[in-house]
Ligand binder design. Structure first.
Ligand code: 2HA
Ligand code: ZN
Length: 276
Protein backbone atom coordinates (compact mmCIF):
# COMPACT_ATOMS: atom_id res chain seq x y z
CA UNK A 1 0.00 0.00 0.00
CA UNK A 2 1.05 3.57 -0.64
CA UNK A 3 -0.77 6.87 -0.30
CA UNK A 4 -1.19 6.72 -4.09
CA UNK A 5 -3.67 3.85 -3.59
CA UNK A 6 -6.07 6.14 -1.74
CA UNK A 7 -8.97 7.11 -4.00
CA UNK A 8 -9.05 10.85 -3.29
CA UNK A 9 -5.28 11.13 -3.79
CA UNK A 10 -5.64 9.45 -7.20
CA UNK A 11 -8.45 11.83 -8.10
CA UNK A 12 -6.38 14.84 -7.03
CA UNK A 13 -3.38 13.79 -9.10
CA UNK A 14 -5.53 12.95 -12.12
CA UNK A 15 -7.19 16.37 -12.10
CA UNK A 16 -3.78 18.08 -12.00
CA UNK A 17 -2.61 16.08 -14.99
CA UNK A 18 -5.85 16.61 -16.91
CA UNK A 19 -5.52 20.37 -16.37
CA UNK A 20 -1.90 20.27 -17.54
CA UNK A 21 -2.92 18.39 -20.70
CA UNK A 22 -5.54 21.08 -21.42
CA UNK A 23 -2.79 23.74 -21.45
CA UNK A 24 -4.15 25.62 -18.43
CA UNK A 25 -1.03 25.29 -16.24
CA UNK A 26 2.02 26.91 -17.78
CA UNK A 27 5.00 26.90 -15.39
CA UNK A 28 3.59 27.03 -11.83
CA UNK A 29 0.19 28.39 -12.89
CA UNK A 30 -2.95 27.22 -11.13
CA UNK A 31 -3.68 25.42 -7.89
CA UNK A 32 -6.04 22.81 -6.46
CA UNK A 33 -7.45 21.99 -3.04
CA UNK A 34 -9.65 19.21 -1.69
CA UNK A 35 -11.48 19.18 1.68
CA UNK A 36 -10.85 15.67 2.93
CA UNK A 37 -13.72 13.62 4.41
CA UNK A 38 -13.24 12.38 8.02
CA UNK A 39 -13.10 8.72 6.93
CA UNK A 40 -10.54 9.61 4.23
CA UNK A 41 -8.34 11.33 6.83
CA UNK A 42 -8.10 7.94 8.55
CA UNK A 43 -7.02 6.33 5.25
CA UNK A 44 -4.06 8.70 4.89
CA UNK A 45 -3.17 9.14 8.58
CA UNK A 46 -0.67 6.22 8.50
CA UNK A 47 1.40 8.22 5.97
CA UNK A 48 1.57 11.47 8.01
CA UNK A 49 4.97 12.78 9.08
CA UNK A 50 5.92 14.79 12.14
CA UNK A 51 3.66 17.90 11.83
CA UNK A 52 5.33 21.16 10.76
CA UNK A 53 5.08 24.33 12.86
CA UNK A 54 1.70 26.10 12.80
CA UNK A 55 1.72 28.95 10.26
CA UNK A 56 -0.73 31.75 9.58
CA UNK A 57 -3.21 31.19 6.74
CA UNK A 58 -3.40 34.94 6.07
CA UNK A 59 -7.14 35.04 6.71
CA UNK A 60 -9.57 33.47 9.17
CA UNK A 61 -11.90 30.60 8.27
CA UNK A 62 -13.66 29.51 11.47
CA UNK A 63 -16.12 27.44 9.41
CA UNK A 64 -13.23 25.14 8.51
CA UNK A 65 -11.72 24.73 11.98
CA UNK A 66 -9.94 21.37 12.43
CA UNK A 67 -10.53 20.34 8.78
CA UNK A 68 -7.92 18.61 6.59
CA UNK A 69 -7.07 19.55 2.99
CA UNK A 70 -4.92 18.22 0.19
CA UNK A 71 -3.45 21.20 -1.73
CA UNK A 72 -0.88 21.84 -4.42
CA UNK A 73 2.40 23.51 -3.38
CA UNK A 74 3.40 27.12 -4.03
CA UNK A 75 5.79 27.36 -7.00
CA UNK A 76 5.21 23.70 -7.95
CA UNK A 77 4.31 22.71 -11.52
CA UNK A 78 1.05 20.86 -12.33
CA UNK A 79 2.92 18.85 -14.98
CA UNK A 80 5.07 17.33 -12.22
CA UNK A 81 2.28 16.32 -9.84
CA UNK A 82 1.78 12.93 -11.54
CA UNK A 83 5.52 12.22 -11.32
CA UNK A 84 5.96 13.15 -7.66
CA UNK A 85 2.85 14.01 -5.62
CA UNK A 86 4.89 14.08 -2.38
CA UNK A 87 7.13 16.85 -3.77
CA UNK A 88 4.42 18.96 -5.43
CA UNK A 89 1.46 18.72 -3.04
CA UNK A 90 0.69 18.39 0.65
CA UNK A 91 -1.93 17.52 3.24
CA UNK A 92 -2.57 20.24 5.80
CA UNK A 93 -4.63 20.50 8.97
CA UNK A 94 -6.27 23.73 10.27
CA UNK A 95 -6.30 24.71 13.93
CA UNK A 96 -9.41 25.01 16.10
CA UNK A 97 -9.87 28.69 15.21
CA UNK A 98 -9.30 28.42 11.45
CA UNK A 99 -6.37 30.84 11.67
CA UNK A 100 -3.32 28.60 11.23
CA UNK A 101 -2.34 25.50 9.30
CA UNK A 102 0.37 22.89 9.56
CA UNK A 103 1.70 20.40 7.01
CA UNK A 104 1.21 16.71 7.84
CA UNK A 105 2.33 15.08 4.58
CA UNK A 106 4.11 16.06 1.34
CA UNK A 107 6.31 18.99 0.25
CA UNK A 108 9.18 16.60 1.01
CA UNK A 109 11.69 18.93 -0.67
CA UNK A 110 10.41 22.01 1.12
CA UNK A 111 7.98 24.73 0.18
CA UNK A 112 4.60 26.01 1.23
CA UNK A 113 0.99 25.33 0.25
CA UNK A 114 -0.31 27.27 -2.76
CA UNK A 115 0.11 31.07 -2.77
CA UNK A 116 -3.69 31.21 -3.25
CA UNK A 117 -4.38 29.41 0.05
CA UNK A 118 -6.49 32.34 1.40
CA UNK A 119 -8.74 32.25 -1.71
CA UNK A 120 -9.02 28.46 -1.63
CA UNK A 121 -9.94 28.32 2.04
CA UNK A 122 -12.35 31.27 1.97
CA UNK A 123 -14.07 29.69 -1.05
CA UNK A 124 -14.23 26.34 0.76
CA UNK A 125 -15.77 28.03 3.81
CA UNK A 126 -18.47 29.73 1.70
CA UNK A 127 -19.21 26.67 -0.45
CA UNK A 128 -19.29 24.27 2.52
CA UNK A 129 -22.04 26.43 4.06
CA UNK A 130 -23.89 27.15 0.79
CA UNK A 131 -23.88 23.50 -0.36
CA UNK A 132 -24.76 21.91 2.97
CA UNK A 133 -21.27 20.41 3.14
CA UNK A 134 -21.30 18.68 -0.25
CA UNK A 135 -18.74 20.89 -2.07
CA UNK A 136 -15.17 19.72 -1.46
CA UNK A 137 -13.05 20.80 -4.45
CA UNK A 138 -11.75 24.29 -5.32
CA UNK A 139 -9.79 24.52 -8.58
CA UNK A 140 -7.94 27.51 -10.03
CA UNK A 141 -6.71 27.36 -13.65
CA UNK A 142 -5.28 29.75 -16.23
CA UNK A 143 -7.91 29.01 -18.88
CA UNK A 144 -6.73 30.64 -22.10
CA UNK A 145 -9.97 31.55 -23.84
CA UNK A 146 -11.78 32.77 -20.74
CA UNK A 147 -8.81 35.02 -19.98
CA UNK A 148 -8.86 36.34 -23.57
CA UNK A 149 -12.54 37.28 -23.18
CA UNK A 150 -11.75 39.44 -20.14
CA UNK A 151 -10.04 41.90 -22.54
CA UNK A 152 -13.05 42.37 -24.83
CA UNK A 153 -16.24 41.77 -22.83
CA UNK A 154 -17.57 44.09 -20.09
CA UNK A 155 -16.49 42.61 -16.75
CA UNK A 156 -20.00 41.88 -15.45
CA UNK A 157 -21.60 38.64 -14.25
CA UNK A 158 -24.56 39.32 -16.58
CA UNK A 159 -22.55 39.65 -19.80
CA UNK A 160 -20.15 36.76 -19.12
CA UNK A 161 -22.92 34.39 -18.07
CA UNK A 162 -25.18 35.22 -20.99
CA UNK A 163 -22.44 35.09 -23.64
CA UNK A 164 -21.10 31.77 -22.29
CA UNK A 165 -24.58 30.25 -22.04
CA UNK A 166 -25.28 31.16 -25.68
CA UNK A 167 -22.23 29.27 -26.95
CA UNK A 168 -23.41 25.76 -26.05
CA UNK A 169 -26.85 24.43 -25.19
CA UNK A 170 -25.53 22.38 -22.25
CA UNK A 171 -24.07 25.45 -20.50
CA UNK A 172 -27.16 26.73 -18.68
CA UNK A 173 -27.75 23.17 -17.45
CA UNK A 174 -24.15 22.76 -16.25
CA UNK A 175 -23.88 26.20 -14.57
CA UNK A 176 -27.48 27.41 -14.14
CA UNK A 177 -26.59 29.94 -11.43
CA UNK A 178 -24.13 31.63 -13.83
CA UNK A 179 -20.56 32.87 -13.43
CA UNK A 180 -19.23 35.77 -11.39
CA UNK A 181 -16.48 38.15 -12.51
CA UNK A 182 -13.76 39.78 -10.41
CA UNK A 183 -12.04 42.81 -11.98
CA UNK A 184 -8.23 42.78 -12.01
CA UNK A 185 -6.79 42.46 -8.50
CA UNK A 186 -3.44 41.53 -6.97
CA UNK A 187 -3.47 37.72 -6.61
CA UNK A 188 -2.44 35.74 -3.55
CA UNK A 189 -3.85 37.91 -0.79
CA UNK A 190 -6.89 38.36 1.38
CA UNK A 191 -8.62 41.08 -0.70
CA UNK A 192 -9.01 38.92 -3.82
CA UNK A 193 -10.01 36.02 -1.55
CA UNK A 194 -12.82 38.11 -0.03
CA UNK A 195 -14.03 39.32 -3.45
CA UNK A 196 -14.02 35.77 -4.86
CA UNK A 197 -15.71 34.16 -1.90
CA UNK A 198 -18.48 36.82 -2.05
CA UNK A 199 -19.22 35.66 -5.61
CA UNK A 200 -19.01 32.00 -4.57
CA UNK A 201 -22.04 32.55 -2.33
CA UNK A 202 -24.07 32.78 -5.58
CA UNK A 203 -22.00 30.98 -8.21
CA UNK A 204 -19.83 27.87 -8.63
CA UNK A 205 -17.48 29.71 -11.02
CA UNK A 206 -15.59 32.99 -10.64
CA UNK A 207 -13.58 34.57 -13.46
CA UNK A 208 -10.50 36.57 -12.49
CA UNK A 209 -9.95 39.25 -15.15
CA UNK A 210 -6.68 38.84 -17.09
CA UNK A 211 -5.76 35.85 -14.88
CA UNK A 212 -8.01 32.76 -14.90
CA UNK A 213 -10.91 31.05 -13.19
CA UNK A 214 -11.95 29.44 -9.91
CA UNK A 215 -14.43 26.55 -9.91
CA UNK A 216 -16.08 24.74 -7.00
CA UNK A 217 -17.76 21.35 -6.89
CA UNK A 218 -18.56 18.25 -4.85
CA UNK A 219 -15.92 16.02 -6.48
CA UNK A 220 -13.03 16.05 -8.95
CA UNK A 221 -15.07 14.98 -11.99
CA UNK A 222 -17.78 17.60 -11.51
CA UNK A 223 -15.31 20.40 -10.76
CA UNK A 224 -12.99 19.61 -13.66
CA UNK A 225 -16.05 19.13 -15.89
CA UNK A 226 -17.37 22.54 -14.88
CA UNK A 227 -14.05 24.28 -15.60
CA UNK A 228 -13.83 22.40 -18.92
CA UNK A 229 -17.39 23.30 -19.95
CA UNK A 230 -16.96 27.02 -19.21
CA UNK A 231 -13.60 27.16 -20.97
CA UNK A 232 -14.88 25.28 -24.02
CA UNK A 233 -17.77 27.72 -24.27
CA UNK A 234 -15.27 30.59 -24.05
CA UNK A 235 -13.27 28.97 -26.86
CA UNK A 236 -16.36 28.87 -29.08
CA UNK A 237 -17.07 32.53 -28.30
CA UNK A 238 -13.51 33.49 -29.19
CA UNK A 239 -13.93 31.68 -32.54
CA UNK A 240 -17.31 33.31 -33.21
CA UNK A 241 -16.00 36.79 -32.38
CA UNK A 242 -12.93 36.15 -34.54
CA UNK A 243 -15.11 35.20 -37.51
CA UNK A 244 -17.71 37.93 -37.32
CA UNK A 245 -18.63 41.02 -35.29
CA UNK A 246 -22.26 39.84 -35.17
CA UNK A 247 -24.04 36.52 -34.62
CA UNK A 248 -26.54 35.73 -37.38
CA UNK A 249 -28.49 33.55 -34.95
CA UNK A 250 -28.17 32.40 -31.37
CA UNK A 251 -30.05 30.86 -28.43
CA UNK A 252 -32.72 33.41 -27.43
CA UNK A 253 -34.03 34.34 -23.97
CA UNK A 254 -37.23 32.39 -24.73
CA UNK A 255 -35.15 29.38 -25.84
CA UNK A 256 -33.41 29.49 -22.44
CA UNK A 257 -36.76 29.65 -20.61
CA UNK A 258 -38.01 26.62 -22.56
CA UNK A 259 -34.80 24.73 -21.80
CA UNK A 260 -35.07 25.60 -18.10
CA UNK A 261 -38.55 24.16 -17.97
CA UNK A 262 -37.68 20.87 -19.67
CA UNK A 263 -34.37 20.41 -17.84
CA UNK A 264 -35.81 21.51 -14.46
CA UNK A 265 -33.21 24.21 -13.80
CA UNK A 266 -33.82 27.73 -12.59
CA UNK A 267 -32.17 30.38 -14.73
CA UNK A 268 -32.12 33.84 -13.09
CA UNK A 269 -34.00 36.35 -15.25
CA UNK A 270 -31.19 38.90 -14.80
CA UNK A 271 -29.21 36.88 -17.38
CA UNK A 272 -32.07 36.78 -19.90
CA UNK A 273 -32.10 40.49 -20.69
CA UNK A 274 -33.10 41.80 -24.14
CA UNK A 275 -30.16 42.88 -26.29
CA UNK A 276 -30.32 45.76 -28.75
O1 2HA B 1 1.00 30.31 -9.71
O2 2HA B 1 -1.87 30.56 -10.35
O3 2HA B 1 -2.65 32.69 -9.00
C1 2HA B 1 -0.07 30.09 -8.97
C2 2HA B 1 -1.18 30.92 -9.44
C3 2HA B 1 -1.40 32.19 -8.74
ZN1 ZN C 1 -3.28 31.98 -11.02
Amino acid sequence: MSIMDVTFVKGFVRLCNDGWLQGWHERNGGNLSYRIKPEEVEEVRPYFNEPSEWKEIGTTVPGLANEYFMVTGSGKYFRNVILDPADTSCIIELDDKGENYRVLWGLVNGGRPTSELPSHLMNHEVKKAASGGTHRVIYHAHTTNTIALTFVLPLTDEVFTRELWEMATECPVVFPSGVGVVGWMVPGGRDIAVATSELMKKYDVAVWAHHGMFASGPDFDLTFGLMHTVEKSAEILVKVMSMSPVKLQTITPQNFRDLAEDFKVELPEKFLYEKN
